[in-house]
Each structure stands twice: as C-alpha cells, then as structure tokens.
Write a protein that binds this ligand. Sequence first.
Ligand SMILES: [Zn+2]
Length: 204
Amino acid sequence: MPLFSKDSCIICTEEKGKLSTTPTGSGSRICLECATTLGFETTAANITTIGSMSDDELLNLSKQGEEMEEARKESERERNRATSGMLVTSGFNFDGYTVTKYGPHIASDDVYKEEMRPGFWSVGQSDQDENISIALTELRRKTLLELKGKAHELGYNAITGLDFSYTTLGPFNTNAHHGSDARNNLAYYIFLTYKGNAVVIEKN
Ligand SMILES: [Zn+2]
C-alpha cells in the first residue's frame, strides 16, 4: 500500500509535479529540492544515482543529514554556553580562581568597511560618525566572541592579557592616482585584532 500518491516526495511528503520530482529505485518520487538537500544537485548523473537507490537508502541519508544538523546545532549551543560564561581579563589572573594551565597566545581579526561620503572629515557628518561608532561596537563584540570561541575549541576556559588594536586602511594608502577625489565614495577599512592568552582556570 503506497502511503503517498505517486507524485508525493518520499522525504518532505509534499505533492509536487512530475517535473520537479525524480523517480527513486523503489518507484517512488523525490522532489528536486530534497534531492539537493541530500547532496544530489540536479545533474543527469545524480538523477541516475537516485534512480538506483531504494527509498530506505534515501530516507536513511535524510535521517543522517538531520542527525548531523542536530549535532552541529548542539555543539553550537555548547560553544555559546561556554563562550558567554567565559571569564576574560586584561590582567594576569582572576580573583577567586587559580590559573592551572597556560595555553597559547591567540588572536581573532575582523574588518569593517565604510564608504566615505564627500566631506566626511568635515563638520556635519555626525550620522556617519555614529554609524561607524555603532559598527565598531558590534565589530568588537563579534571579534571578542570569536576569540572566546577559539579558546574554547582549544580546550581553555578563560583568557588573560586581553587586548585589542585597530589598523585603518584608506584610499590614500591603496591608490595614489585618485587625485582630489580620493576621499569621496571610496572605502576605508578598519581592521580589528583581539588577542590574549588562553588559560584554564579553576575556582579556589
Ligand atoms: Zn521533498
């Protein structure tokens, strides 16, 4: 007894037209979207492969994919828990904790790009100033989170000697041939590097 009509996809069970489905080896159909999700982009070779696979094989593949996705999400949640609770300091130790292992010096970089409008460096550009200021705050937040993620991945639970620095790259540096237009509508890049020492700390 077929559970679904002939044109229902065996994976998502949606009814789809013949043209957007392809036959499986068991005589059912799988939609091209689900086929792509399983790693079979629509090519003649993949259509042939699907045609030689049973429904069970395809459903297993789909289940494995879901399990991998779930495992990926769980490790992301675990990483988020670890990084959001991670202690950091610009100094060398934490009150109430002992550093039990010193790890490597780690760094994390990110870049922010701003298109300069005419007269940016003159008075009256406060909105652009503010945009940059907001962007830099977000850039620092993101980059610090990345640094914590690196410490966590390496098996450490805190960072000492935390420090960050900026490097800017403007059009005058990148191209000397723009003449007097150089400062208008060209991108300025602001690079941010966060660095510190990964350590393991334990509560006293
Ligand atoms: Zn489907």
